[in-house]
Design a protein around this ligand. Structure first.
Ligand code: NAD
Ligand code: IPM
Ligand code: MN
Length: 355
């Protein structure tokens, strides 16, 4: 039987509420498909751990995670006690960088039974991927504050785009587009205003496009691209973007399909030199924590993406089918207009997976 070691990191807030539901569904899939999942439960990478120790993770965090096949991650962040840049640079962003998870794959899909905030859209009209560069770009800690505390205060924050880093995310996106029926790739850019990095990013895309004559490539400035997510979501198939642009698009996409509570993500090191990490797109949602109303489907779908990456396609498909069934006919959490609790959804999906 296939066997995998999974590190489980709930983190903060609703991360702690949706992880148990994700595990419930993973267990149901593992049982049905004869997969052995060995869990290593981790308490650090949380603001609770920070409160006790003054740091987000123990010094040997990398050794502790290195041997696992994947990381199943809830959400980190509790800004009331730890500044966000401290908690996130001390955990999630460190994993993405140190484990070279340069692809952040974020599906956006409208499901049957989910009220769509966009007028006249039906399932099938919205079905695309945001492929977000995940290790460089606008996310850096390069820079500083000069003349601090004076009228002359000046803040410099450097972006960083390497040729290797840009080419590998473009290549991943072109190949994903090749696997899709429509074979369309939209490249998010801003080459009018951001006068150095973005024209360069465009030229790397043009260069890469020569290797993929079967792909229809469409470069769009990020501003109008965002508008078209709302006005013409059916024109998108695969969208590739820098780290920050991809971050924004991957909240906007799920907003157009009903709720943040559905959106999963896969932080991938495609070469499998390091463990990949699977997490919802959403965060720790302090505003709803403790009320048992968080939608666990983003966490559950992320678990399906994890099984797919581990070669367990049938288990992935069964979980996705169960999600579809429950969204169409089952209970729903308040973000989708229902009054079910977090665990009700987890149990309904687990039951559908068990068959
Ligand atoms: P958030 O995604 O946590 O919440 C945004 C809004 O969406 C809130 O109103 C919340 O209630 C709602 N929401 C989110 N997930 C939901 C779910 N599963 N079901 C129902 N409603 C849901 O974003 P935020 O408020 O900007 O951030 C809160 C904290 O989370 C911050 O510390 C932030 O840095 C952190 N964060 C972490 C991650 C991560 O770990 N990957 C991602 C985003 C934000
Ligand atoms: C996400 C989150 C993170 C990001 C934050 C929490 C640093 O918003 O995973 O989308 O910006 O990448
Ligand atoms: Mn985000």
């Amino acid at each position: 039987n296939p066997s995998f070691n999974i590190a489980i990191i709930p983190g903060d807030g609703i991360g702690k509420e949706v992880i148990p539901e994700g595990l419930r569904v993973l267990d149901a899939a593992a049982k049905r498909f004869g997969i052995h999942l060995e869990y290593k439960h981790i308490e650090w990478a949380s603001c609770d751990y920070y409160a006790q120790t003054g740091k987000m993770m123990p010094d040997d965090w990398k050794q502790q995670l290195q041997g696992c096949d994947a990381i199943y991650f809830g959400a980190v962040g509790w800004p009331a006690t730890v500044p966000d840049h401290v908690s996130l640079w001390g955990s999630l962003l460190k994993f993405r960088r140190e484990f070279d998870q340069y692809v952040n794959l974020r599906p956006v899909r409208l499901f049957e039974g989910v009220p769509c905030p966009l007028a006249n859209r039906k399932p099938g009209d919205i079905d695309f991927y945001v492929v977000r560069e995940n290790t460089e770009g606008e996310y850096t800690a390069i820079g500083g504050i000069m003349y601090e505390g004076t009228e002359r205060e000046l803040v410099l924050q450097q972006s960083a785009f390497s040729r290797r880093g840009t080419d590998r995310i473009l290549k991943y996106a072109f190949e994903l587009a090749q696997s899709r029926a429509r074979r369309r790739l939209t490249v998010a850019t801003k080459s009018n205003g951001i006068a150095i990095s973005m024209p360069w990013w465009d030229s790397r895309a043009d260069e890469m496009a020569k290797n993929y004559p079967d792909i229809t490539v469409d470069k769009q400035h990020i501003d109008i691209l965002a508008a078209r997510f709302v006005l013409q979501p059916d024109r998108f198939d695969v969208v590739v973007a820098s780290n920050l642009f991809g971050d924004i698009l991957s909240d906007l996409g799920p907003a157009c399909t009903g709720t943040m509570g559905l959106a999963p993500s896969a932080n991938l090191n495609p070469e499998r030199l390091f463990p990949s990490l699977f997490e919802p797109v959403h965060g720790s949602a302090p505003d709803i924590y403790g009320q048992n109303i968080a939608n666990p489907i983003a966490m559950i779908w992320s678990g399906a993406l994890m099984l797919d990456f581990l070669g367990q396609r049938a288990a992935h498909d069964a979980i996705l089918e169960a999600i579809k069934q429950v969204l169409a006919h089952g209970p729903r959490t308040p973000d989708l207009g229902g009054n079910a609790g977090t665990a009700d959804i987890g149990m309904a999906i687990a039951a559908a997976v068990a068959g």
